[in-house]
Design a protein. Structure first.
Length: 218
C-alpha cells in the first residue's frame, strides 16, 4: 500500500474513529431514551389505567418533552404495543431459560419451574402485569400475543409429560389451558394478597392440583 492509498483509507482518515464513536454514542443514547420512555409508560399505565395514561403524562414521567416522545413513537397505541412486546419477550425468555435449566429434572420440577418463572416476571412488573391481566388481555389472545407465547411453552411442557407417560393423552388439548389457568390463579392470589410473591407452598399446591386433581385422597 503506497502513501496515497493509506491517506485515502477510511480507517486511517483523521476523525473517522471519532465519528464512529459519536454514532455509537447517539445510538446508545437513543436506546436508553426509548427504554426510559417504556419504563415511564409502564408506571403511567399502572397509575392511570389504559385510558388515563396519555402521551403528556408519559412524557412528564419520562422527563422529556412531548415532541421528543413522538420522535420515538407515532402515537399512544404504538407505544403501548411496544411495551407489551418488550414485556412479552422478557416473559418468554424467562420461561425458556427456566424450562431449559429444568429439562433434565423430573416433570414435577419442570412444572414448578414454569410457574415460578411466570410469577417471577409478575413480581418484576407487578402493577403492569396486573393491568394486563385485568384489562388489556380481555381483548383476547389474538390482540396481544403474550398468551399465545405462554401457551406454546405450556404445550411443549405437556408434550414432555406425555412422553414420560405421566399424563393421559386423550386430554392433551385441555392441559395447556389448565396450566395457564393455574398460573393466572397464582397471579390473582398474589394480587389479592398484596404481597411481592407467593410462598413455595403455593407453587407446590398448583403443581399438585395439576398432577393429582382437586379430589381428596382416599
Amino acid at each position: 500500500m503506497n502513501r496515497d492509498s493509506r491517506a485515502r483509507s477510511p480507517s486511517l482518515t483523521p476523525g473517522a474513529p471519532a465519528a464512529a464513536d459519536k454514532k455509537r454514542l447517539r445510538e446508545r443514547f437513543r436506546a436508553e431514551t426509548r427504554d426510559a420512555i417504556l419504563g415511564a409508560a409502564e408506571v403511567a399505565l399502572a397509575e392511570h389505567g389504559a385510558r388515563g395514561a396519555r402521551m403528556e403524562v408519559i412524557a412528564q414521567r419520562a422527563g422529556i418533552a412531548v415532541g421528543t416522545l413522538y420522535n420515538y413513537f407515532a402515537d399512544r397505541q404504538e407505544l403501548i404495543e411496544a411495551l407489551f412486546d418488550v414485556r412479552r419477550r422478557e416473559l418468554v425468555g424467562a420461561l425458556d431459560r427456566a424450562l431449559a435449566q429444568a429439562e433434565a429434572q423430573p416433570f414435577e420440577a419442570r412444572l414448578t419451574a414454569f410457574f415460578a418463572a411466570g410469577l417471577g416476571h409478575f413480581q418484576a412488573h407487578r402493577a403492569f402485569i396486573a393491568l394486563a391481566v385485568h384489562e388489556e388481555l380481555r381483548a383476547g389472545p389474538g390482540r396481544w400475543p403474550m398468551l399465545l407465547e405462554v401457551r406454546a411453552r405450556a404445550e411443549r411442557l405437556i408434550d414432555a409429560g406425555l412422553a414420560a407417560g405421566l399424563l393421559r393423552p386423550e386430554d392433551r388439548a385441555t392441559y395447556p389451558h389448565v396450566l395457564i389457568g393455574l398460573l393466572r390463579g397464582l397471579i390473582d392470589t398474589a394480587l389479592e394478597a398484596d404481597q411481592p410473591g407467593l410462598p413455595r407452598a403455593a407453587l407446590a399446591a398448583a403443581v399438585r392440583c395439576f398432577l393429582q386433581g382437586a379430589r381428596r385422597a382416599a
